[in-house]
Structure formats: C-alpha cells, structure tokens
Design a binder for this molecule. Structure first.
Ligand SMILES: Nc1ncnc2c1ncn2[C@@H]1O[C@H](COP(=O)(O)OP(=O)(O)OP(=O)(O)O)[C@@H](O)[C@H]1O
Ligand SMILES: [Mg+2]
Length: 354
C-alpha cells in the first residue's frame, strides 16, 4: 500500500451533496499516514457540521478496507474553520500575486541530481547582484532544498489572511525572496505526498505567495517530466524554462524528454536555453586547470541538436558544493565560480529581455 494508492482509492468516495465530487477533489483529505500495516487518514470538514460526516467517514473506511483487506484503517476528522477559505486557499488559487511579476521561468532537468537547485539558487542570487528584483519558488515538494542552500532552515513564513484568502510572506535573504515547502516541514522529514496533494502544495508555493514586484520569478521544478510537471506548467503562467544538464551522453535522453515536454503543443513554452553544470572540474588550488570528467562539449552538442542556446557552463568546484551545504551560495563570491553564475545570469537576462 502506498500513499498514492490510498489517495486513488479515496478518490472513489464521492460527496453526495457536492455534485458527486470526490473527497479528494473537494480537498477534504488532510493527510495520509502509513505505518506498516496501518493507514490513518484525516479528513477535513467545515466548522458548520457537515450532516454527512458519519457517512463520509464510513465510506472512506469501507473503501480502504475493500482495497487493502487485512490492514488496519483509521479515519479521523478535523474541523477547518470555514469551508470557503479552506477551499479557496488550495483549489481556487488565483493569479493575483503574480500581477507584478515580469518573467516566470522554470528551472527544469530531465533527471535528478544534476545540480538544478544549485543552479536555481545561485542564478537567483546572481540576478539580484545584477540589480534585478528576484524571487525563487522551490516547487520540488518531494525534496525541497532552498532552506538548506540559503541557510534559512529555521524560518517560519507568516501567513496573512486578506479578503478570505491566505497569503504567505516569502523569506528574504541575499536580496532574493524565497519560498519553499521546506519552511513548513521539519528538516529531514520525508515528504511523501503524491498526486493531487503534491500538485496543490507546489501550486501554493508559487501562487499563494506575496511576491510583490519582481523582474524574475524562478521556479525550481522537481526532476523529471511526470504529471506533476504538467500541472505546474499548465497552472502557473510560466513564460519559459531553462534546462540544466550535465555533459554525459547518458544525460542526452533526459534532456530530450524535458525539451519535448515544453514543446508539447498543449504546453508550448519557450526554452530559453541549456545550462551545462559540472562542465569540468577545477581544483581549488589550481584554478587555471580544467579536467573534463564527464567529457568535453557535451552541453554544446546538445544545445545544437535541439536548436536552443547554451546559456552557460558551470564548473565542478568544491566551493559550489560547500556553498550549498552551508547556505552561502557561491554566486555571492568574487571567485571564478561566482563569476560563472554572474555570466549565466547576464546571458539569461539578455535572452529573456530580447
Ligand atoms: N557545479 C557544482 N560543483 C560542485 N558541486 C555541485 C555542483 N552542482 C551541484 N553540486 C552538488 O551536487 C549535489 C546535487 O545538486 P542539487 O541538489 O543542486 O541537484 P538537483 O538537480 O537539484 O537534485 P534533485 O534532483 O535531488 O533536486 C549537491 O550536493 C550540490 O552541492
Ligand atoms: Mg533539487
């Protein structure tokens, strides 16, 4: 039994008084906790007591037992103050908070671990150093890395309620506005939600934040090209994306998937360019030396092949990794690695403004 399956099953339980919409669609599933053979589901109800509470709790329990015979099922309820507020904040997010944001750019990669978050965080800092107003939304709801990479792990953003809507204040540091689901979870806590819950969470990280006036809002997308990406790209008015890759041949197929996703006719977003991360290795003590561990010019070849510009190349250097681990992005420094991010930021700004 997985979280995904439990949510799928709960999707079969409809609310007879709400146009037969499922409890999942109605945003009633507050949490699913799996512990060995036991599943605990919490359903949210409005303060005004829903006369169908018993019915819905019973149906949820029966459905889960039917799909997972032999498991221990517990269905709890919580009361959400006002149904309208609760639903509005998750399901009916408007685009108001993005009214004064000029460019929304996704940072994507076909596969994990290529340095997407590192590039996103440093690019945000570098754009701010160039004088732009910048925000970064960490939409990687499974593995948020912005709090660690910016040393803002202890921050707890404020939520304001305005006209029935809940708006979250971003965290500000290094001249950038940051938002991440990581601010709402304990560090190291595994975020195991799936499907609709994950999509809602990541939409909130972009749409429910008081961004104010920005030149660039970068969105650090989760790795891959699955359903969650489609939701993100469809529901967030993203202008385009940059794709982060490493120079290996094996990365090629993954880049192709990303390119196809953004060029899909239902999505149809610009690809501003490719960033080749870990393009070469430079030892700290021999800054002039370049070792092409993953092969040379892989990024250039890929860019040519797909007809997209190569926006920049970032070397592997220890200080970039350390900057990420200590929360002091390399882009703040005057070292060559800091310079590489500034060059990348300039190239992106030029391409986007053109
Ligand atoms: N250019 C670089 N030089 C040195 N270390 C790097 C570089 N780029 C990324 N790293 C390190 O590689 C690791 C993975 O990077 P990062 O978390 O940015 O990847 P990601 O693509 O966002 O991963 P995920 O798919 O898990 O979201 C981190 O420890 C990071 O510090
Ligand atoms: Mg990441």
């Amino acid at each position: 039994m997985t979280n995904e399956e439990v949510i799928k099953w709960l999707g079969e339980v409809v609310h007879p008084a709400k146009e037969n919409k499922s409890m999942v669609e109605l945003g009633m599933v507050e949490s699913v906790v799996l512990d060995g053979n036991k599943v605990t589901v919490t359903l949210a109800f409005p303060k005004r007591r829903d006369p169908l509470t018993e019915y819905l709790v019973g149906s949820a329990r029966a459905t889960l037992i039917r799909h997972a015979p032999g498991s221990e099922v517990e269905v709890k309820t919580v009361i959400k103050e006002d149904e309208k507020t609760a639903r509005k904040s998750v399901l009916d997010l408007g685009l108001e908070e993005l009214n004064n944001v000029r460019h929304i750019i996704g940072i994507a990669s076909g596969k994990g671990g290529v340095g997407k978050s590192t590039v996103a965080v440093n690019l945000a800092v570098a754009l701010a150093r160039l004088g732009y107003k910048v925000g970064l939304a960490d939409a990687d709801v499974y593995g948020p890395s912005v709090p660690l990479m910016t040393d803002t792990e202890g921050e707890r953003p404020l939520a304001l309620v305005e006209d029935d809507r809940e708006i979250i204040e971003p965290v500000e540091k290094y001249g950038v506005k940051w938002m991440s689901i990581g601010y709402f979870a304990d560090p190291g806590q595994a975020l195991i939600w799936r499907g609709p819950m994950a999509s809602n969470a990541l939409k909130q990280m972009v749409l429910q934040v008081r961004w104010g006036t920005l030149d660039f809002l970068l969105v650090d997308m989760p790795p891959g090209t699955g359903d969650i990406h489609l939701t993100l790209v469809q529901d967030v008015p993203m202008e385009g994306a940059i794709i982060v890759t490493t120079p290996q041949q094996v990365a090629l197929a993954d880049v192709e998937k990303s390119v196809n996703m953004f060029r899909n006719k239902n999505i149809d977003r610009k690809i501003f360019g490719l960033v080749e991360n870990m393009a070469w290795f430079t030892p700290e003590e021999l800054p002039e030396n370049k070792y092409y561990l993953f092969g040379k010019n892989g990024g250039e070849r890929m860019a040519k092949r797909y007809g997209i510009p190569l926006l920049g190349q970032i070397p592997i250097v220890q200080s970039i990794r350390e900057g990420g681990d200590y929360g002091e992005p390399a882009a703040l420094s005057t070292r060559p690695d800091g310079q590489a991010f500034l060059d990348l930021a300039r190239a992106l700004a030029d391409t986007v403004e053109r």
